[in-house]
Design a protein around this ligand. Structure first.
Ligand code: DGL
Length: 275
């Protein structure tokens, strides 16, 4: 492999903006890697769509990233990771890293009392992606799940410490709190943004698992395995592409990344529909 191959970007896609929480983790774990981010802001949310629609959209999102010559694809969206990962892996032979595997491993390593809570979109929870993956590793685990769909708009609104967020978190999490869990998997891109409120409501004894942290480590080992880790000493670049309203993306992105970003480019949906 030459340095040109190793300089190829890592592709990241999400239904919209939430995947930036994963970009943040990737950039701190692999600061020299170039990243191309694709957010399907025209068709968000994926969390309330059918499995066949999520698969169709995910294949189109990945096809866009392939046109950018990516060396690996990170499926930052937990909903797409839950539903479309096998279809993506069947189609492409580069590493495809989703959130479920790494999040599950992290939770298994961290639990002491073997009682794990999972929160996510309706689609992620209905598909039981995390709970099936956990039970496959250890049948004796006790797993409790809860869909928390309103957390997505609250995070995008920037209502991070807002009293409405706190009230909604209490509504969603009180039943889980009674289950004596010691781990709570944040099974949605947006939830790390609300970690402060979630932690307060669920209690300090429960460890929150951000799948993006574990996924970033897995990305490192996968690109190392295929000999494509970037050895450049320069800081990597991040290029942003969205399917709708780049200006709005930029504003919220700066909140999610806690850093200013430069350019966000718009991709026409028609250009990705035929993949
Ligand atoms: N990115 C999605 C996820 O992680 C949340 C937003 C949506 O529903 O599309 O599941």
């Amino acid at each position: 492999m030459n340095f040109i191959d190793r300089g190829r970007p890592i592709g990241v896609f999400d239904s919209g903006i939430g995947g930036l929480t994963v970009v943040k983790r990737l950039a701190s774990t692999l600061p020299n890697e170039n990243i191309v981010y694709f957010g399907d802001t025209a068709r968000v949310p994926y969390g309330s769509k059918s499995n066949s629609t999520v698969i169709e959209y995910s294949l189109q999102d990945a096809a866009f990233l392939i046109t950018k010559n990516v060396k690996a694809i990170v499926v930052a969206c937990n909903t797409a990771s839950s539903i479309a990962i096998n279809s993506l892996r069947q189609k492409y032979d580069i590493p495809i890293i989703g959130m479920i595997g790494p999040g599950t491993e992290f939770a298994l390593k961290s639990t002491k009392n073997k009682k794990i809570g999972i929160i996510g979109t309706r689609a992620t929870i209905d598909n039981k992606a995390y709970s099936k993956a956990l039970k496959k590793k250890n049948k004796k685990l006790k797993v409790f799940e809860k869909a928390c769909p309103l957390f997505v708009p609250l995070a995008e609104e920037g209502w991070i410490e807002h009293k409405a967020t706190y009230e909604i978190a209490k509504e969603y999490l009180t039943s889980l709190k009674k289950k004596d869990i010691d781990i709570l998997i944040l099974g949605c891109t947006h939830y790390p943004i609300l970690a402060g409120v979630i932690q307060k409501v669920i209690g300090e004894k429960v460890k929150l698992i951000d799948s993006g942290i574990a996924a970033a480590e897995l990305v490192r080992s996968e690109i190392k395995r295929i000999g494509l880790l970037n050895h450049s000493s320069n800081l990597g670049s991040v290029d942003f592409f969205v399917t709708d309203i780049p200006k709005k993306f930029k504003e919220i992105a700066e909140l999610f990344l806690s850093a200013p970003i430069k350019k966000v480019r718009k991709v026409e949906l028609e250009d990705i529909l035929n993949h």
